[in-house]
Design a protein around this ligand. Structure first.
Ligand code: ATP
Ligand code: MG
Length: 509
């Protein structure tokens, strides 16, 4: 009998009045990939933070290799070979990629001088092992979320850990990058590493794990051998009841045309290709969901940013909303015209971390909560309560700091905020990133409901099944160009992938 590499015994953790973990106990065996499943707010990240020394005050006992341990910080955990890839990206934006990877463990020549050259070289090798060829001198802040996530992964790998905790490592990765991560995991595993893997994506959990532990409401529910269970059973254990198969009901009637985009292009100065977007045209009708598929770098986010007046340089072409030509130069203009954007980069662009949940919800709809020049707190409160209820946001109260919510619940707040602005067109950039299965279904229902009220929706997603569930039409982008458009009845994963990778050429360094 091998003995466990990690034993978690009766671990409890409170945040003020919130019971994040309650008497959790289970074992992790050496060399296994151990998945942790649970709804948003179940306590997964909190437990992983305890394991990796981020949270140091808790009740209960942690054992590594049978020895009781008490980490005073992440360094202690790292010295025992434990590293974590955080759910919320933690890079220092003003530092280069390699400086981020070796932060706190800088290579030196002699005793004093930092050896930047060796660090860049080592960082480049790490990135190459992840099939990534971004120059390591680039600032972390200039990278898109997906690339930032890769850097987090490289950072964890650089520590040569025996235990790697991955807290939703694929939430911002596209299919091809996920495959790359699978290869990394296979390699780690062949080197004998133990992996704790958190994901809301059942197919990943079942592809990768040997065992699955389910948590619910801060409690341990069960550990099962992956071979002996199935996604349905796990989902049921997660939510504590059978969830009915996802039926969104009939698609709403397609109304008149609300948005028209003609030959939208966005230049890319200094890049060989010269453009980020080239001659994109599309229509959107009331009551309709247009899905946008494409690999990372295809231009999905850029397209939404252009429509919302949020691109770094102005695009060319024409945008018509309700027949009126608009070319928003700033998000506030776009918002006035009736557009709303839920961004993919929650931490940097989405949440106001110094404000509470209620204010985060109402911030874009302040005019709704004002009477004359005065802010009506009671109005703010009622609309806030309604949104929390409608989207089932798990929060202690509207006064709770937004940072105290679990990742998925923060995402729901951002969606809720924009719904309160009563937009004509809602732009959703990967809206269910990190949202659990039950909450996803809720969000889909909310989106469908809005459509039947006459809203038009454009949505991108890194998950094709999601696009296929939600959309009435799917448009495919590849390298900044539109390569296909399918009515939902004709769309299949294969056709979409083909159009998304069509004309694809490996990027030249
Ligand atoms: N710093 C904090 N302050 C207050 N409450 C917190 C804090 N961190 C987490 N919580 C609360 O603890 C509970 C568990 O949160 P945790 O982040 O561990 O959930 P999770 O299972 O990782 O969810 P998700 O799938 O959404 O990432 C939640 O109710 C959350 O609001
Ligand atoms: Mg989490």
């Amino acid at each position: 009998m091998t003995s466990p590499i990690i034993s978690i015994e009766n671990i409890s953790k409170r945040f003020g009045g919130t019971r994040a973990l309650h008497q959790v106990s289970f074992d992790v065996m050496p060399g296994e990939v151990h998945a942790i499943c649970g709804e948003n707010g179940a306590g997964k990240s909190t437990l992983m933070k305890i394991l990796s020394g981020v949270i140091t005050d808790y009740d209960g006992q942690l054992f590594i290799d049978g020895q009781p341990v008490e980490f005073r910080g992440t360094r202690d955990a790292e010295s025992m070979g434990i590293s974590i890839i955080h759910q919320e990206l933690n890079l220092v934006e003003q530092l280069s990629i390699s400086a981020n990877i070796f932060l706190g463990r800088e290579m030196r020549s002699g005793w004093i001088f930092r050896n930047d050259r060796d660090m860049h070289q080592a960082a480049s090798e790490l990135l190459r092992s992840l099939d990534c060829d971004i120059p390591t001198t680039r600032l972390a802040g200039s990278l898109r979320v997906g690339d930032q996530q890769l850097i987090e992964i490289a950072k964890a790998l650089s520590i040569q850990s025996r235990i790697v905790v991955m807290d939703e490592p694929t939430s911002a990765l596209t299919e091809s990058e996920v495959e790359r991560l699978y290869r990394v995991i296979a390699k780690l595993r062949s080197q004998g590493a133990t992996i704790l893997y958190i994901s809301h994506k059942m197919d990943e959990v079942f592809d990768l794990s040997d065992r699955i532990t389910v948590m619910r409401d801060g409690q341990f529910i069960e550990t099962l051998a992956t071979k002996e269970t199935n996604p349905r059973e796990i989902t049921k254990l997660m939510v504590g009841r059978d969830i009915e198969s996802l039926d969104l009901g009939p698609r709403p009637e397609r109304g008149e045309k609300i948005l028209e985009v003609r030959n939208l292009s966005l230049a890319w100065p200094g890049h060989a290709r010269g453009y980020r977007l080239k001659d994109i045209s599309l229509d959107l009708h009331r009551g309709e969901v247009l899905g946008i598929a494409g690999l990372m770098g295809a231009g999905r986010t850029e397209l939404l940013e252009c429509l919302f007046g949020a691109s770094t340089i102005p695009p060319t072409g024409e945008i018509l909303l309700d027949g009126d030509s608009i070319m928003p130069r700033h998000p506030s203009e776009a918002k006035r015209s009736g557009l709303a954007l839920v961004t993919e980069d929650r931490k940097r662009l989405g949440i106001f971390s110094n404000m509470n949940v209620g204010r985060n919800l109402s911030i874009c709809a302040m005019h709704e909560a004002t009477i004359g020049p005065l802010l009506s707190y009671s109005k703010e409160r009622t609309t806030g309560d309604e949104t929390v209820e409608k989207l089932k946001i798990k929060t202690a109260s509207l006064e709770a700091p937004i940072g105290s919510l679990s990742g998925g619940n923060q995402q729901k707040c951002i969606v809720g905020r924009w719904l309160l602005t009563n937009p004509k067109v809602l732009l959703l950039d990967d809206p269910t990133r990190g949202v659990d299965v039950g909450a996803k279904a809720e969000l889909y229902r909310v989106i469908r409901g809005l459509c039947s009220e006459g809203l038009g929706v454009i949505v991108t997603s890194s998950e094709l099944p999601e696009l296929l569930t939600l959309s009435d039409r799917i448009m495919v982008l590849s390298e900044g160009r539109k390569t296909a458009e399918f009515a939902i009845a004709d769309a299949t994963q294969e056709k979409i992938m083909e159009a998304a990778t069509g004309g694809w050429q490996p990027a030249h360094g």
